[in-house]
Design a protein around this ligand. Structure first.
Ligand code: GDD
Ligand code: MG
Length: 342
């Protein structure tokens, strides 16, 4: 059985961290985000197809260096084909019913249970569902009591949302769904394909689950997922190898080779590898990229600092995105695939 992991987005809402790396490789508790997804795949899945384009070499390199006990295929799109186009582009690898997973979700979904549900319902398409308050950032379903999905609308205005149940970004599909997707053009699964399947009154079902779910697509959700996982593991903080901590850390995570000076205080903050933080620095709700230097007495709140940046001493930054280097060529100004309010 195959699983396609959609990992080709630019991760524009995670700028500037994604100027230098694929979103799927952003570390969560010092492990690339996509590793969590691969680890949650059922035994039956013996082939994982990573649908990539932006920063595909990085993804390839990370996956080559790890053994997941499954065949891993890095399927490189010549250009971004969208969530549907990327699935169609993987068609040659599909041999039966298959999973499609957004690469940026961290959740407690049990994919074996989802297969059982799909088979019981004799469905053509089963999508995982999660209840939220902020529906307009997601795809929202209209569903009958028996789980039959009769409407799907991507990023609706709150007043147009048919329910509070959103697409949790994991699908189990019969191969015939591939026939709905045109070859060689940008196709959105959510905006084009799901509505067509529903329109054709094919068996489209929603699978609700319990536990936790996060789309790690925004800086705040990226910080929040760390706090959640730390709490789950009853940890005040987590650290990589060869760190020296002289200050205080709470609800925070630091990478490898991080130095924290005396009397510095980090709260709800994620620090990547090879970072030096000086004395009496205060960081609250921040993300600090690789190879950064944060000098003495700086105070940062709600701020994200891209790789290789230097923050001067005594500075106060609130709600800032720090990036003083050129934006990579071809990086879009805004989200292209699943834009809000289009
Ligand atoms: N290969 C490939 N090619 N992957 C892509 C492309 C593409 O052109 N565009 C986006 N992706 C990948 C992203 O990397 C991400 O893993 C996944 O597809 C979903 O794209 P996002 O950009 O993260 O979409 P979203 O978060 O706004 O909305 C999606 O996820 C929500 C749940 O988290 C939609 O599926 C919503 O309906 C859903 O509720
Ligand atoms: Mg997302």
């Amino acid at each position: 059985m195959e699983a396609i992991i959609l990992a080709g987005g630019f991760g524009t809402r995670l700028r500037p961290l994604t100027y230098t790396r694929a979103k799927a490789l952003l570390p969560i508790l010092n492990k690339p985000m996509v590793f969590y997804l691969i680890s949650m795949l059922p035994k039956e899945v013996d082939k994982v197809i990573l649908a990539v384009n932006y920063r595909k070499d990085q993804i390839e390199k990370h996956l080559k260096n790890n053994d997941f006990g499954k065949e891993i295929i890095v399927n490189d799109e010549p250009e971004p084909l969208g969530t549907g186009g990327a699935v169609k582009f993987a068609e040659k690898h599909i041999t039966g019913p298959f999973f499609v997973l957004n690469a940026d979700i961290i959740c407690s979904l049990n994919l074996d249970d989802m297969i059982d549900f799909h088979e019981k319902k004799n469905a053509v398409s089963t999508i995982s569902l999660w209840p939220v308050k902020n529906v307009s950032e997601f795809g929202v379903v209209d569903m009958k009591d028996d789980g039959n999905v009769i409407g799907f609308v991507e990023k609706p205005k709150p007043e147009d949302a048919p329910s509070n149940l959103i697409n949790a970004g994991a699908y189990f599909l019969e191969p015939e769904v591939l026939d709905y997707i045109e070859t060689g053009r940008l196709v959105s699964m959510e905006k084009e394909i799901f509505p067509q399947i529903i329109n054709d009154t094919r068996k489209f079902f929603g699978f609700e689950f319990k536990g936790y779910w996060t789309d790690v697509g925004r800086i705040q959700s990226y910080i929040d997922v760390h706090k959640f996982l730390l709490k789950n593991q009853q940890l005040e903080y987590s650290k990589g190898n060869t760190c020296e901590i002289n200050g205080k850390l709470s609800e925070s995570c630091i990478g490898n080779n991080v130095f924290i000076g005396e009397n510095s205080n980090l709260e709800s903050t994620i620090v990547f590898d090879n970072v030096k933080i000086g004395k009496r620095a205060v960081l609250n709700n921040c993300v600090i990229g690789e190879n950064c230097k944060i000098n003495d007495c700086s105070r940062l709140t709600n701020t994200v600092v891209g790789d290789n940046e230097i923050i001067v001493e005594n500075i106060v930054l609130d709600n800032k995105m720090v990036w003083n280097q050129p934006v990579p060529h071809g990086y879009p100004k805004k989200q292209i695939g699943n834009v809000i309010g289009e």
